[in-house]
Design a protein around this ligand. Structure first.
Ligand code: NAD
Length: 264
């Protein structure tokens, strides 16, 4: 792969699995020095570090165990990234959690956690890295939002609220950096094939008494006209483009990658 990010440093939150890991691998393959973040069993974190090392120049990337629900830990993670890798050129705010329940029953602690991790952490991390980006007149902030940042579904009040907030925050930051070499964009994926997302298929098939194939198409992917998963690699390629040198005129965008969900 073209070494378009050689010499750049990148912090990817929530990169011990799923979409974040896919993005970290492609950034490393493009030559960036990457810091990982996220939870997991020690062996899973080591496997993620090895996967990113293999995609890149072979050196094991540092990992921050910061809990992004805690603003102090978000700031400490950003400081650690700068100390370990050098000033952060690329910030990918990817970490996120989900919970489903009608509003009346929605637990307050779930509301607080989803807003803290999916929305406020993006604010704290962006605030921490922006001064350095301004000083160097170059930077890329990519927020992994969701189709649920643009349209709603019932029983996802905190997730939909947080992801709409992420899209709004993306636009504000984009306007504030519009005349610099910094950009801030959001990616809005539909259903992406990650282990957690795939784990929903079996229970859905059981619940509706249908095959897993039918459960996937008719229930889980019901809103996605393509009726197929978005692949992690597809989201990662969009992120790589937004992080690269050729996307400087793309700013404040909320790019859908959802098999037509939002268009429909
Ligand atoms: P995932 O569960 O595989 O990965 C989430 C990552 O976030 C993990 O590394 C996890 O350890 C980390 N994380 C969770 N809570 C954290 C915390 N408090 N502090 C630090 N790290 C924390 O999920 P994924 O499917 O890869 O999702 C990644 C992002 O993409 C999320 O923001 C999600 O909302 C968004 N998204 C996912 C889909 C999908 O279908 N998978 C669709 C649209 C948007």
């Amino acid at each position: 792969m073209e070494q378009s990010l050689a010499g750049r440093t990148a912090l990817v939150t929530g990169s011990t699995s799923g979409i974040g890991l896919g993005i970290a691998r492609l950034l490393a393959a493009a030559g960036a020095r990457v810091m990982l973040n996220g939870f997991g069993k020690p062996e899973d974190i080591e496997a993620a570090r090895r996967a990113v090392a293999e995609a890149g120049d072979g050196s094991l990337p540092p990992h921050s165990a910061a809990d992004l629900s805690k603003p102090d830990q978000v700031r400490a993670m950003c400081a650690e990234a700068a100390e370990t890798l050098g000033p952060v050129d690329i910030l990918v705010n990817n970490a996120g959690i989900q919970f489903t329940s009608p509003v009346e029953d929605f637990p307050e602690e779930k509301w607080d956690a989803i807003l803290a991790i999916n929305l406020s952490a993006n604010f704290h991390a962006s605030k921490a890295v922006l001064p350095g980006m301004r000083a160097r007149n170059w930077g890329r902030i990519v927020n992994i939002a969701s189709a649920h940042g643009l349209v709603a579904s019932p029983e996802k009040v905190a997730y939909v609220t947080a992801k709409h907030g992420v899209v709004g925050m993306t636009k504000v930051i984009a306007l504030e950096v519009a005349q610099t070499g910094i950009t801030c964009n959001a990616i809005c994926p539909g259903f992406v094939r990650t282990p957690l997302a795939e784990a929903q298929v079996g229970p859905l098939a059981q619940k509706h008494g249908v095959s897993e194939e039918a459960a996937l198409k008719d229930y889980l992917l019901a809103k996605q006209p393509s009726k197929r998963w978005v692949e992690v690699e597809e989201v990662a390629r969009m992120a790589l483009y937004l992080c690269g040198p050729g996307s400087g005129a793309v700013n404040g965008a909320a790019l859908s990658i959802d098999g037509g969900w939002v268009a429909a």
